[in-house]
Design a protein around this ligand. Structure first.
Ligand code: FA5
Length: 333
């Protein structure tokens, strides 16, 4: 029995097999137990001899089981440690770092330039009232921009703002002059999509209201801003225009980045890049609508097309690229 047990114990690989072996030899119905139970049948002479032998065998088997248990425990732990080992010589996984969208970068840059010029940054909602978006801005009842085909209406009185100018109304109604704010955000129009037009685009609105604010202040503010953004040699061109909420009004172009105004293929020889913003002196009627005395105060306002500024700045020739989220495009910035 002892030899059999000792032989088998050497081939064991795990705790379960060891337990099975213990039961097979030392359990209630085990081989050795059977011998001990059969002792009653032995003669008085044989009993002490066989008894001692059986006890020795039992002790030896138990000892070997204990040793084997310890050996198996060590082996299991060793295997576990090997599995958990960290090989510090394996090259690390590449950590892919994201970055800000070119439009977000442009917005932050614009806000920073204006903050340095003493403007505060405010926010307005994308869903607006017809009152703030058109009425209070002196937009005539029959103006084409109010048309269903140009504006996304939600109800008769609520729409997706078509420009950031309603933020002017909110700011003037809630605050007293002097005012000096910019506000960037999304705007929506039923425009046909082409290289420079998108139905969802971004504007940055600027508004200054104080005593003795003049057109010269407006022109200088825009000039400084454009030079901060594009560099000292960038020139601006103010073209007379019409907006119901400003009088007089102007549209502003900047010199072509490619030829710096000399005239090249990209600007069709004109030396000027696309129209970037609209601006003007706040119409006294609008000041009045918002409870500001036009006799005492005057102001200027402007609305920049942020997408177009990003396009000029990063030399992007199609506005759609900004909204397609194609990684091959975005990874270039
Ligand atoms: C306005 O929206 C006026 N609210 C701007 C303004 C503000 C004038 C304050 C006076 C005082 P306009 O419709 O021209 O103006 O749009 C302003 C700029 O938004 C444009 O110069 C252009 O850069 C940009 N823009 C207009 N429509 C689109 C479009 N569909 N896609 C991309 N950019 C556009």
């Amino acid at each position: 029995i002892k030899e059999e047990a000792m032989g088998e114990i050497k081939t064991l690989n795990n705790m379960e097999e060891l337990e099975e072996l213990r039961i097979k030899f030392l359990g209630k119905k085990g081989k050795l137990t059977k011998v001990l139970r059969g002792m009653g049948k032995l003669s008085n002479d044989e009993r002490p001899v066989i008894g001692q032998m059986a006890n020795e065998v039992r002790r030896d088997i138990e000892k070997e089981i204990n040793n084997t248990r310890k050996r198996l425990k060590r082996e299991i732990q060793k295997k576990k440690l090997e599995k958990e080992r960290i090989d510090i010589s394996i090259p690390g996984k590449n950590f892919i770092l994201g970055h800000r969208h070119p439009l977000v970068k442009t917005i932050e840059e614009l806000e920073n330039i204006f903050m340095n010029m003493g403007f505060s940054v405010v926010y307005g909602p994308e869903v607006e009232t017809v009152e703030n978006n058109f009425d209070e801005l002196n937009s005539p009842e029959n103006h084409p921009s109010r048309d269903l085909t140009d504006t996304f209406y939600i109800t008769e009185d609520i729409l997706l703002r078509t420009h950031t100018s309603p933020v002017q109304i909110r700011v003037m109604k809630e605050n007293k002059p002097p005012l000096r704010i910019v506000s960037a955000g999304r705007t929506f129009r039923f425009d046909d999509v082409d290289d420079t037009h998108s139905p969802m685009f971004h504007q940055l609105e600027g508004l200054v209201v104080d005593e003795n604010v003049t057109m010269a202040n407006l022109k200088e503010t825009i000039d400084i801003f454009i030079k901060e953004l594009f560099g000292e040699d960038m020139r601006t061109r103010f073209r007379p225009h019409y907006f119901p909420f400003t009088e007089p009004s102007a549209e502003v172009d900047v010199s072509c980045l490619n030829c710096k105004g000399k005239g090249c293929e990209e600007c069709n020889g004109t030396g000027w890049s696309m129209e970037l913003l609209g601006c003007g002196m706040v119409n006294p009627k609008v000041l009045k609508n918002c409870g500001i005395d036009p006799e005492k105060y005057s102001g200027f306002a402007f609305g920049l097309g942020i997408d177009r500024i990003a396009m000029v700045k990063y030399e992007i020739d199609n506005i759609r690229l900004l909204f397609e989220n194609d990684m091959r495009f975005l990874e270039q910035f």
